[in-house]
Design a protein around this ligand. Structure first.
Ligand code: S3P
Length: 441
């Protein structure tokens, strides 16, 4: 089968320095912000993955011109609501919740009817979390019983909303923030903590925003209708992609890895905080701040004695895309690890909490689940010998990558389906594994 790989050998010790693919959240946001700026923005190191290519295709269909020049993308914005689509334009968001949801926020003033569709996985994900608040702005928006396709037709008579976002979803928060750009008056959001890239873009583009930080929530106020200028942006490496290599190194013997120029925004580094609490020794060096975002080189080496964790719920949102790979560390750590309140994991590209429980049981780990809480009974001697076949029916990129890391660390004979899924977020994944010495067919 062409679209599957096999791994039959653990990885040998490695000492290397790598660069992972660029950050997906920042790539999508930089393109969307450029599409609303006045003038020609230049974006360097844009992640060339399917989610981001779909973002570029989307703005093009909406009338925004872009061009690739070497390593740089030029995007010509015409200011706020500068889209000029044909009526009944269909936008395909592919696998990307971030693109679909954030784009709807930008379409609140469009006078044409736009239809948003997506792939099988995205079509199973809830869109009412976006359509409901957008209705509050006065927009005409319809979904297929809360799912895609969603049809939106904007209005010139937008009104600001007061909204409480209590899922800890940056996609919801950001969709509302982008809708606020085109809305007169002040939009107010009380948002449970989640990644704050959109806020940082607002600040560096000097779009009027006020943020009051509370312990669990941020109180955000945005004054709409402020035109902003085009910008240059260099996208750093993705901590979510790095996480697979951090864990590979931690759980391999006598290995060391440096991952260069990675975004280490505080709202994204839950994975590092959690793993360090489990006795890893992951260090950031060469720290810098670029347009409000922190970057660093990540240093990691094989862990000696990993211990279990009672994972503080406050870290859930900042590690939301990394739990699959964190669970592997819990599977190898001494003791019982506890993770709670992970319902949002089942709202991702596939139902990841369900899948994680099935997967861990498949590799012989005892797991106890109660609703959205799980206990993982670690086995420091875990060593696999059986045959494993992973079907990955919703083509979830992170399920694929987590399965590869499992095979390389714990052994066994693996066939892992849907290698193309990595193109969603991390096209270089297999190449980098091979560079570290992994034997993959
Ligand atoms: C993202 C937010 C997260 C995350 C996704 C990217 C973003 O989703 O899972 O991969 O770029 O805003 P939620 O905001 O729905 O939790």
């Amino acid at each position: 089968m062409p679209n599957q790989i096999s791994i039959n050998k653990k990885i040998s010790p490695f000492k290397k320095s790598i660069e992972v693919s660029s950050d997906k959240s920042l790539s999508i946001r930089s393109v969307l912000f450029a599409s609303q700026a006045v003038g020609r923005s230049k974006i360097y190191n844009l992640l060339e993955s399917e989610d981001v290519i779909n973002t570029l295709k989307a703005i093009k269909k909406l009338g925004i011109y872009y061009k690739k020049k070497g390593k740089m993308y030029e995007i010509d914005g015409f200011g706020l609501n500068g889209f000029d689509p044909k009526n009944n334009t269909v936008i395909n968001s592919g696998n990307s919740g971030t693109l679909g949801r954030l784009l709807l926020g930008l379409l609140v003033k469009s006078n044409k009817k736009i239809k948003l569709v997506g792939d099988k996985s995205l079509s199973k994900r809830d869109f009412s979390r976006i359509t409901e608040p957008l209705k509050g702005f006065g927009v005409n928006i319809k979904s297929n019983r809360n799912f895609l396709p969603v049809e939106i037709q904007g209005t010139d008579f937008l009104r600001p909303i007061n909204y409480v976002e209590n899922k800890g979803s940056a996609q919801c928060k950001s969709a509302i923030m982008l809708a606020a750009l085109n809305t007169p008056g002040v939009t107010k959001i009380k948002a449970k903590k989640s990644r704050n890239h959109t806020e940082l873009f607002f600040k560096f583009l000097k779009i009027p925003i006020k943020i009051k930080k509370e312990k669990k929530y941020d109180l955000i106020q945005i004054k709409g209708l402020h035109q902003y200028n085009c910008f240059d942006y260099i996208v750093p490496g993705d901590i979510s992609s790095s996480a697979f290599f951090i864990v590979l190194t931690l759980l391999s013997k006598n290995s060391e890895l440096i991952i260069k120029k990675v975004n280490i925004n505080d709202s994204r580094i839950g994975v590092v905080k959690i793993l360090n609490k489990m006795n890893a020794n992951i260090i950031f060096k060469n720290k810098k701040i670029y347009k409000g975002e922190k970057t660093a080189d990540i240093y990691v080496r094989s862990a000696k004695k990993l211990k279990s964790i009672n994972c503080p719920k406050i870290l859930n949102s900042s590690a939301i895309d990394e739990f699959l790979i964190i669970f592997l560390v819990a599977a190898k750590a001494k003791g019982v690890s506890i993770f709670e309140d992970l319902g949002e994991l089942n709202k991702k590209e596939s139902p990841r909490l369900d899948i994680a429980v099935r997967f861990l049981k498949m590799i012989g780990i005892k797991v106890f689940r109660k609703k959205n809480d799980i206990k993982i009974y670690g086995n420091p001697n875990l060593n696999l010998k059986n045959k494993y076949y992973l079907k990955n029916y919703l083509k979830d990129h992170r399920v694929f990558m987590m399965s590869c890391i499992t095979a390389l660390i714990f052994g066994g004979n693996w066939k892992i389906h849907d290698k193309d899924s990595v193109n969603t977020s991390f096209p270089k994944f297999i190449d980098i594994l091979k560079k570290l010495g992994a034997k993959i067919n």
